[in-house]
Design a binder for this molecule. Structure first.
Ligand code: MG
Length: 456
């Protein structure tokens, strides 16, 4: 798979991602938009952005590229990535582009390419797009065939109404939950408080200015949730929610003001869905074993895929899965649409709490419990490759899974190591029944990697 990492620029299967004022230039964005417009043969595209300060610059550059290929463009403005995915299918567009660097800091921006079923381009399709980009032979519409921009302000309301149709708002309203939410001044700001309000919650929202100036790192992991935890404790909220900047991922904070761990967002959503809609579940290889145990309770099967939303979504489609996603807080419910959606996860969680009549802590006590540690080692692609090869050699003969990176099952738990597709680093996850076992596994793995003497 081709992936070209240059300093602060990554061109690969998840699209193009770079730093504004450095590598992510209007020219680059326009050429990628031309590539996409050529790829879909000048057909209709849905375009949305998150809240970053660079979005206007990026949007104009992308528009120029798409229009020059003759693509009609439906501009749905600032919205979550899942809203773009949903709108592509509802408008029967041929594709979509979301301008967002998701959980990356504010100086980054990126393009995500979406196909007509609302799923991102897969590796094969992304390669085709990259081939067009590198060949540079783009579709050129004459002055009579140029695309037009159609502004559509209805996308957020449509997204909300699709969720309200799927969930049971009456059940949630009866519970009158007090909900704290941190939108990180990202795309969730323009939709999440409204959804919660319509679900009859008492909403305590922070960081809902769609300014793109993030008050903290936008990745919804425990170390970035301090403000939300504090808010939950001070306000006596029943639950806290945190979204990343493009609002596809969700983290949950308990009524005690403690992060439950982003792995459990999908476990709770699966517990909710499987109770009313039994069927297969799909998750990536690095997602918590708690999901596996939970799915087994329902007599269903969990199918594992390589990491990456498209890998999960395509498999879900094939298996007719009822729910799936990734342990980073990404939940997909096909009955709504085929993308990871923090708003779907919010509705599922609230309805589950309402139906069970439990607090978040009580709900957690009813779920299989594991302790997961996640970390990363910053390193260039050559070092990353060397580490992966060396690990493969060093664990040969053990219970090893090479579907994506390396996963090794031990008696006390498992670990997974993988080179990131979007950043110059390798990601590590370790999970065991107890914190002690997880730490032991972690230390053993670190000793092996340090023993390789490869440096960063
Ligand atoms: Mg995201």
């Amino acid at each position: 798979m081709r992936s070209i990492p240059i300093r602060n620029l990554k061109i690969g299967i998840s699209g193009v991602r770079g730093v504004v004022g450095d590598t992510l230039t209007p020219g680059l964005l326009t050429r990628f938009a031309q590539s996409f417009g050529t790829y879909i043969n000048g057909a209709m595209v849905v375009l949305g952005t998150d809240t970053r300060s660079s979005n206007e610059m990026a949007k104009e550059a992308v528009l120029a590229g798409l229009l020059s290929c003759g693509c009609p463009v439906v501009d749905i403005g600032i919205c979550p990535v899942p809203t773009v995915q949903l709108m592509v299918t509802r408008l029967r567009a041929r594709g979509g582009i979301a301008i967002t660097a998701s959980h990356n800091p504010a100086e980054w921006n990126a393009l995500k390419f979406i196909r007509d079923d609302g799923i991102f381009l897969n590796a094969f399709q992304a390669q085709e797009l990259l081939d067009i980009y590198h060949q540079g032979e783009f579709r050129r519409a004459g002055y009579r065939e140029l695309g037009r921009v159609i502004r559509d302000d209805s996308a957020l309301d449509l997204h909300i109404s699709e969720i309200m149709k799927w969930a049971d708002p009456e059940t949630i309203r009866k519970r009158r939950l007090r909900v704290a939410v941190d939108c990180c001044n990202g795309a969730g700001s323009v939709i999440t408080p409204k959804l919660l309000d319509l679900l009859g919650c008492e909403v305590i929202a922070i960081n809902t200015d769609p300014t793109g100036i993030f008050p903290h790192h936008p990745e919804p992991v425990p170390e970035n949730l301090e403000q939300l935890c504090d808010l939950v404790r001070r306000s006596g909220a029943d639950i806290g929610f945190a979204q990343d900047a493009d609002a596809d991922r969700l983290a949950i904070v308990s009524e005690e003001g403690k992060p439950i761990g982003e792995e459990y967002t999908l476990v709770i959503a699966a517990d909710f869905v499987l109770r009313r809609d039994p069927g297969p579940v799909v998750a990536n290889v690095a997602t918590t074993k708690a999901l596996e145990d939970l799915v087994a309770r329902f007599g269903s099967k969990l199918i594992r895929t390589p990491v990456g939303e498209v890998n999960v979504a395509e498999r879900m489609k094939r298996e007719r899965a009822v729910v799936g996603g990734e342990g980073n807080g990404g939940v997909i419910v096909p009955r709504v649409h085929m993308g990871r959606d923090s708003l779907v996860a919010i509705a599922a969680t609230l309805q589950h709490l309402s139906e069970m009549g439990k607090t978040v802590s009580e709900l957690m006590d009813s779920l299989p419990r594991y302790f997961m540690m996640k970390g990363k080692i910053e390193c260039g692609p050559d070092t990353a490759r060397a580490i992966m090869l060396e690990l493969e050699r060093s664990y040969r003969g053990e219970r090893i899974d090479l579907m994506d990176g390396i996963k090794v099952e031990k008696d006390t738990g498992w670990f997974h190591v993988r080179a990131s597709q979007t950043e110059p680093l390798i990601r590590i996850s370790v999970e065991a029944r107890t914190e002690e076992d997880a730490r032991t596994l972690w230390e053993e793995l670190m000793r092996r990697i340090e023993g390789m003497g490869l440096g960063g």
